[in-house]
Design a protein around this ligand. Structure first.
Ligand code: AMP
Length: 445
């Protein structure tokens, strides 16, 4: 997961980066950081916490410069150290660099071991640190060639921003698993960010997506930007970006995330017709899809559950007991509209089954007669290795149980998942997607 942003040639680089990270807070809440270049030195601040907690006016004043890279981190269990926050910064033969990364490198352990064998010292658990080492120990004369050399060694899903004093490199892996878009700021500068919702907030104009396999180079000494197609593109955008991660107001590969989610809901209504009185979403993740379901089926839509927005995401809590409590803190039912009703509940996914089980209990306690759970993604059967924090096979309920067993476990009157085919149709059949969580096809070898 995670969010990255790069700003180049803008008077207010750190402020624009700050607002962009704020717009992308949903992609990671564990830690955040910004590195800024004023052409002479790189200044950086990174800390655990939300964007608004880490940066204040003094911080933004300190981060003066016309290029910036920023990052929001979504922690996976274990590595919660601030050393695992980004940007990662280093001084090396050619000067200073800061790197931010969204994705996951699949050969990180081999590369890291080889670097350690050759004498490298690591400060963090992050695969991103490999990239800094590869750049630092290259014998190429120019940073650009060092970056290219490193990219030929790393493998996996990555969107990378590499900042030096005078340049900024924006790179997307050849599969384009994670999104990355390019835009222009009102003051003529450029912005590269994980999601286009950041552009809307900072008033940037969308130019285009960074192409899979492309490296864009911004250089203080040159106008505009240079595009280098480093690898043959074989696009496979992560379907989960559309299902869950991305904000509904973002556009990925020319497709509105909101509209795609509505399509998923509509497809669900066609695939699984249910005799019910109300369609309600699990807020906020199921809202767009539930609207689609309601439109297509003609069953009235209601916000039958209210969400308390001041609780972090339930997923990150380490123990099952604490996760259960957090769902309760987060979601509460509106008894008046639920009592005696047959209800279709729409959510985007089931991972461990905690949310669905709890919601069904809440709805039944509120007097619902029947609860039909509609999940607008296929069954998650495999952990994603390309940058999503899905747990191991042991924790994935879809890997351990059949649909009927899950239905029994969450105590639903019925349980339906979207088929892989309908998922592809809903996003658009004009391209291929990364569907590893559903089909186990780990295509990056
Ligand atoms: P669970 O309760 O473990 O079954 O998780 C499913 C809930 O978590 C759904 O409401 C999803 O919207 C949400 N979800 C799915 N994937 C993720 C993820 N990688 N991180 C955080 N939340 C997620």
């Amino acid at each position: 997961m995670c969010a990255i942003v790069g700003i180049f040639n803008s008077k207010e680089a750190s402020r624009v980066a700050y607002y962009s990270l704020f717009a992308m807070q949903h992609r990671g809440q564990e830690a955040t950081g910004i590195s800024v270049s004023n052409g002479e030195i790189l200044r950086k601040i990174k800390k655990k916490g939300l964007v608004t907690e880490v940066f204040d006016e003094d911080a933004l004043k300190y981060l003066k410069g016309n290029s910036a890279v920023g990052h929001n981190r979504y922690s996976t269990a274990g590595s919660k150290s601030v050393l695992d926050a980004q940007p990662i910064h280093a001084s090396y033969k050619l000067g200073e660099i800061s790197v931010v990364h969204n994705g996951n490198l699949i050969n990180k352990d081999e590369v890291r071991q080889q670097l350690i064998d050759e004498g490298a010292i690591f400060q963090s658990q992050m695969d991103t640190e490999n990239i800094i080492h590869l750049i630092a120990r290259s014998h190429e004369e120019h940073l650009r060639d060092r970056v290219i050399e490193a990219l030929n060694i790393i493998k996996g899903a990555y969107c990378l921003l590499i900042q030096s004093r005078h340049k900024l490199f924006a790179i997307r892996d050849k599969y384009g698993v994670r999104p990355l878009s390019l835009g222009q700021l009102e003051d003529g500068g450029y912005i590269v960010s994980s999601e286009t919702c950041a552009f809307d907030l900072v008033g940037a104009k969308f130019i285009r997506d960074v192409r899979p396999g492309e490296m864009i180079v911004f250089d203080n000494e040159k106008k505009g930007y240079e595009s280098i197609q480093l690898f043959e593109p074989t696009p496979r955008i992560c379907a989960f970006e559309f299902i869950y991660f991305a904000r509904p107001d973002s556009v990925i590969a020319g497709k509105s995330v909101y509209v795609v989610r509505q399509e998923m809901g509509k497809a669900m209504a066609r695939e699984h017709k249910i005799d019910a009185d109300l369609v309600i979403p699990v807020p906020d993740s199921g809202v767009s899809a539930a609207m689609g379901y309601a439109h297509e089926s003609g069953i009235p839509f209601e916000m039958g559950i209210v969400r308390n927005h001041y609780v972090g995401r339930t997923f990150i809590e380490p123990t099952q007991a604490r996760r259960d409590m957090k769902v309760k803190l987060k979601l509460s039912p509106i008894n008046a509209i639920l009592k005696g009703k047959k209800i279709v509940v729409v959510d985007d996914s089931i991972v461990r089954g905690t949310t669905s089980k709890r919601i069904i209990r809440i709805l039944k306690e509120a007097g619902a007669k029947e609860v039909h759970m509609c999940i607008t993604s296929p069954v998650i059967k495999h952990p994603c290795k390309y940058g999503i924090d899905t747990p191991s096979y042991e924790e994935l309920i879809g890997a351990k149980m059949s649909v009927e067993e899950i239905r029994e476990y969450i105590k639903a009157d019925s349980l339906s998942f979207l088929s892989i085919n309908s998922l592809k149709k809903s996003i658009g059949e004009d391209m291929e997607y990364s569907l590893v969580s559903f089909d186990g096809n780990y295509f990056i070898k």
